[in-house]
Design a protein around this ligand. Sequence first.
Ligand SMILES: CCCCCCCC(=O)SCCNC(=O)CCNC(=O)[C@H](O)C(C)(C)COP(=O)(O)OP(=O)(O)OC[C@H]1O[C@@H](n2cnc3c(N)ncnc32)[C@H](O)[C@@H]1OP(=O)(O)O
Ligand SMILES: Cc1cc2nc3c(=O)[nH]c(=O)nc-3n(C[C@H](O)[C@H](O)[C@H](O)COP(=O)(O)OP(=O)(O)OC[C@H]3O[C@@H](n4cnc5c(N)ncnc54)[C@H](O)[C@@H]3O)c2cc1C
Length: 672
Amino acid sequence: MSTDKMSVKVNVDLQKERQKCNFNIQEVTFIFDGGKEQTLQRKKIEDIALNSGASIDSIPEECLGLKERYDNAVRKSCIYSRIVKNEILEITGLEALGNPVLRRTADAFFKEISPFMLHLGMFVPTIIGQCTEEQQAKWLPRALEMQIIGAYAQTELGHGTFIRGLETTATYDPETEEFVLHSPTLTSYKWWAGGLGNTANHCIVVAQLYTKGQCHGTHPFIVPIRDMETHEPFPGVKVGDVGVRMGFNTADNGFLSFNHYRIPRENMMMKNAKVLKDGTYVKVARHEKLTYGTMVFVRVTLVKEAAINLAKAATIAVRYSAVRRQSQPKPDAPEPQIIDYPTQQHKLFICIATAHALQITGDWLWRTFKDVLADMRGGNTDSLPELHALSSCLKAISTSDSAAYIEQCRFACGGHGYMLSSNLPLIYSFVTATRTYEGDYTVLLLQTARFLVKAWEQVEAGKSVTPTVSYLTLAATKEKVLWNDFAEGIIRSFQAVAARKISACAETIKRHMKTGICYEDAWQLTTVRLVSAAESHCRSVICQTYWNEITRLTASCSTNVKIVMEQLATLYLIYWALERSGDLLRYSTISEKDLNRLQERYEELLALIRPNAVGLVDAFDFRDEILRSTLGAYDGRVYERLMEEALKSPLNDGPVQASFHKYIKPLTKGKL
Ligand SMILES: CCCCCCCC(=O)SCCNC(=O)CCNC(=O)[C@H](O)C(C)(C)COP(=O)(O)OP(=O)(O)OC[C@H]1O[C@@H](n2cnc3c(N)ncnc32)[C@H](O)[C@@H]1OP(=O)(O)O
Ligand SMILES: Cc1cc2nc3c(=O)[nH]c(=O)nc-3n(C[C@H](O)[C@H](O)[C@H](O)COP(=O)(O)OP(=O)(O)OC[C@H]3O[C@@H](n4cnc5c(N)ncnc54)[C@H](O)[C@@H]3O)c2cc1C
C-alpha cells in the first residue's frame, strides 16, 4: 500500500466495500502481475520513478496549448528516460522491453504519450532484432544511453498495411559504398512514425532495396536525420509533424521524405540480408518474413498493454460506481450505489474478467514468443507461422475488446466519465489507436485466417497440425459437439464453432473456384466469413488459455482467491457463450433451455462477484499517480477532486474572460 492510501480519509462507501472483500488482495495482485517476484519488482520500479516527483504538473496537461504540451512532454521524457537508463534497466535488463512495467510507470509522467515511446518501444527492439552483432555493438549502447534518439518509420502516406507497396527507395551505389534514399512521390512520404516530427535524430527507415538494377523488397536502414549539435534536419531530409490527431498529440508523430539522401552501406540492418561492397545481395535469413520481426514483437507486447489499460479503466469505473448514488428504485429507500444495479455489474465485471483473461493470455503469448525466438536462434523457423497467426489475432482481439470495454467504462461513469480529468477519454484515445497501429484489426484477422485455412487443408489431407489448431480435427468428424455447461463444454463448443466456420470458409472458397473464379477472388468473396472464423478461433484460444492458466495459477492460492478467480473466469466464458449464442446453436447441441440456464448462472455470478468488486480492482494495484483520475482515486473523494481539477482550468483564472469585452459586450450593445 502506498503512503497516499494510508493517510487520506477514504469515502465511507468505499471503506465498507473494502470491509466486504473476502479474499486476500495481495494474492490476486501476484496473479495479475505474473508472480510475487514481478509484483515486488514493479513496486520497486514505481517507487524509484515516482519518488522523483517529476510527474506533477501545475497545470493539467490537457489545459496546455499544443506546443506547451509537447514541450512539457519532452521535459518529462528526459527525466523519465534518465531514470529508466540509470535505474530501471539496471533492475530489469532488456526484458523490460517486453514488460508493461515501463509503460505502466510512464503513465505517472504522461497523461498522453511520451515522444520517446517509440525509441524503447521499436527503435531499440529493431536494433536488437535486425542488426548483426557488430552493428548492435555500434548502435545499441548509444541508443540505450540516449545519446541518439530514434523512431521507426515504415508507414507512408499512401501505404501502411501493404508493406510490399512502400515506395521509398534505397539504391546502392558501389562507387561510394552508400545507399541513396529517395522519396519519389508524395505518397512515398513516411507518415505517422512516433517521435519523428521534432524529437528523433535517428530513424529506422523501411525502404525498397535496389542493387545492381534489381529490387529485393523492403529492408530496414538506420538513418541519421538531424545534426547532433543543432538538431537541424540534414540537407536532403524533410521532416515535420503530421498534424493534430485524436490522441497521441504529445507523441510527435511525424512525416519524413528524402531527396537523394546518402547513408553508408553499413547502415543497412544486416542480420537477415546483406549488400556486399560490390553490390551483391546476400540473403541470410531462413524465413522470408524475418524482417517483419519487430512488428511481431510489438504485437505480442500489445496484448498485455491492452490488459493493463483495461484494468485501469475498470478500476476507475468500479470505484466510482461504489461512490456514486443515483435514482430511487424503491420508494422511501435511500438512493443505491450505482454498482448495485445488475446492469452496471453487467457493464463492469466483464471488464475486470477481460483484463485478467488478456493479461494471462498475454503472458502465455510472451512465453511462446520467447520459445520461438530460441528455436530460431538454433536455425529452426518452423514455429514462426503459428506465432504470426497467434500474435496477429490476439493483437487484434485484445486491442479491440480493450478499447470497447474502456469506452463501456466511460459510459458506466455517466457525464463525469466524459471529463478528461476522469482519464477515461485519454485511456480510450490511446487504446483505440492500438486497434489500428501495428497492423489493422481486419487485416491481422485475415492473416490468421490464412493460416487457419491452410491448417484445415492439412487436416483434410490427414496430416498433423500445430497444437493451437489441433481442435480442427473435431470438425473433420462432421458431428455436432455435445453440449455440457461446464467450462470445458464452453471451450470445446467455441472450438467447434471455430472449426466449423473455418471448414465452411474452405468449402466456400472451393465452391467459388468451381465456377471459374481464381483463388484470390474466391478468397475476397469469403473474407467476411474468414474474419468471423479467425475471431472465433481467437476467442477459443483466449477461453482455453485463461481457463487452463487460472486453474494452474490458483492451485496453491487460498480458498477464497481460488473461488473469486474461478468466478471471474466462468463469467468470462459464459458472457461470450451468451454473446455468441447464435453460433453455439448452429454448431453445438446447446438448446434454448441450456442457454436459459447459462443466463441464470451469469446473473448469479454478477451477484456473487458484487461484494468483491472493489477488492478485485484494488488488486490491480494502480497507484493514484498512475491512475490519474478524479473518479478512480483510492480514497473515492470524487466530488472534491472534480471540483479541484475544474478550478485548475485556465478558463477559471478570473470571473470575466477577455472575450467578453472583445466580442460579447459589443454584440449585446449592438456594436458588432
Ligand atoms: C511501443 C510500441 C508503439 C507502436 C506504435 C505503432 C508503430 C507502428 O504501427 S509500425 C507500423 C506497423 N505496420 C504494420 O503492422 C503493417 C501491417 N501489415 C503487415 O504486417 C503485412 O504486410 C501483412 C501481414 C498485412 C501482409 O504482408 P505481405 O508481405 O503482403 O504478406 P502476405 O502476402 O499477406 O503473406 C505472405 C506470407 O508471409 C506471412 N507473414 C506475413 N507477415 C508475417 C510475419 N510478421 N511473420 C511471419 N510471417 C508473416 C504470411 O502468413 C504469408 O505466409 P504464407 O504464404 O505461408 O501463407
Ligand atoms: C497513433 C498511431 C501511431 C502510429 N505509429 C507508427 C509508427 O511509429 N511507425 C509507423 O511506421 N507507422 C505508425 N503508424 C501507422 C500504422 O501502423 C498504420 O496506420 C496501420 O498499420 C494501418 O495502416 P493504414 O493506415 O495504411 O490503413 P489502411 O490499410 O489504409 O486501412 C484502411 C481500411 O482498409 C482496410 N484494409 C486495408 N487492407 C485490407 C485488406 N487487404 N483486406 C481487407 N481490408 C483491408 C482496413 O481494414 C481498414 O479498415 C501509426 C498509426 C497510428 C494511428
